[in-house]
Write a protein that binds this ligand. Structure first.
Ligand SMILES: CC(=O)[C@@H](O)[C@H](O)COP(=O)(O)O
Ligand SMILES: NCC(=O)COP(=O)(O)O
Length: 251
């Protein structure tokens, strides 16, 4: 069964544009859960452009109260700074159910690659161990075609396949090769004992084909397209449509 985690970064981005409290992240979170989202995701960035440390606290509490998964994303190697205590500190304070590690540079517009496992494996080992000791499931952002089995050797529970290239290929009408690469990496990860999540630029237009082509995806985290589509159709109806897609793929 594939679970839907709604990423709320873009609600926070809109709120921050005016510096006040609207749109209210907790209200949006409640609406997503009421409409059937299985969990919530945020990816606070060190520049605090969208989700912030106080949002992490609020959403962690809400997810605990609603007994749903809270997925916190971030780069464990990014330096703490004013307003961003660092990814491990956020996990230590708020204990997300899942910590998804993403190797973003500080200045990146958005996530655009997974870990280089040959280079990063050694320094991931203590980080993964520390997060697991906090009780977090650990997922590592991974490119299709990378050496995903290494994620098991560093102690991770899951990988999250970076689906940006698949989404781009789907938009240009020729997703077969990108989908085959995701499928091969998912099978490789599963053979190594890892669970497989997926995310980035998934949308109502490409999600069904993705789930039909990649077996056993446990969770998709979706934000940018979902929040954009919700501008036209409303947040609750949009979440319900995503739920229908993941439910159909899981049937
Ligand atoms: C890991 C991933 O693909 C998402 O977290 C994505 O990075 C969303 O972040 P932004 O909303 O900052 O683009
Ligand atoms: N992990 C991916 C995520 O949380 C959402 O990515 P996007 O849908 O905002 O591109």
């Amino acid at each position: 069964m594939t679970r839907l985690s709604v990423n709320l970064n873009k609600i926070a981005l809109l709120r921050n544009a005016r510096g006040g409290g609207e749109p209210d992240l907790s209200r949006a979170a409640q609406a997503c859960l009421d409409a059937g989202a299985h969990g919530l995701t945020v990816h606070p960035r060190p520049d605090a452009r969208h989700a912030r440390a106080e949002d992490v606290q609020a959403l962690a509490g809400l997810c605990r109260a609603r007994d749903v998964e809270f997925n916190l994303e971030g780069n464990p190697f990014a330096a703490p700074r004013s307003g961003y205590p660092g990814f491990l500190a956020l996990c230590e304070q708020h204990r997300p159910h899942q910590a998804t590690l993403v190797p973003d540079g500080d200045g990146q517009l958005t996530s655009d690659h997974g870990f280089d496992f040959a280079r990063d494996a050694d320094r991931l080992v203590p980080v993964v161990a520390a997060l697991r000791a906090m009780g977090c499931r650990v997922s590592l952002f991974a490119d299709a075609g990378s050496d995903v089995a290494t994620a098991a050797r560093v102690g991770a529970d899951r990988i999250e396949l970076y689906t940006g290239p698949y989404a781009d290929a789907h938009a240009s009408g020729n997703a077969a090769a990108a989908l085959a690469a995701c499928r091969a990496s998912a099978l490789q990860a599963q053979a190594a004992g890892l669970g497989v999540n997926a995310g980035h630029d998934l949308s109502q237009g490409n999600l069904g084909d993705f789930l039909a082509g990649v077996p056993g995806v446990l969770e998709v985290s979706i934000g940018h397209a979902l929040i954009g589509e919700a501008l036209y159709d409303g947040l609750a109806p949009t979440v319900r449509r995503y739920r229908a897609i993941v439910d159909a793929a899981s049937a």
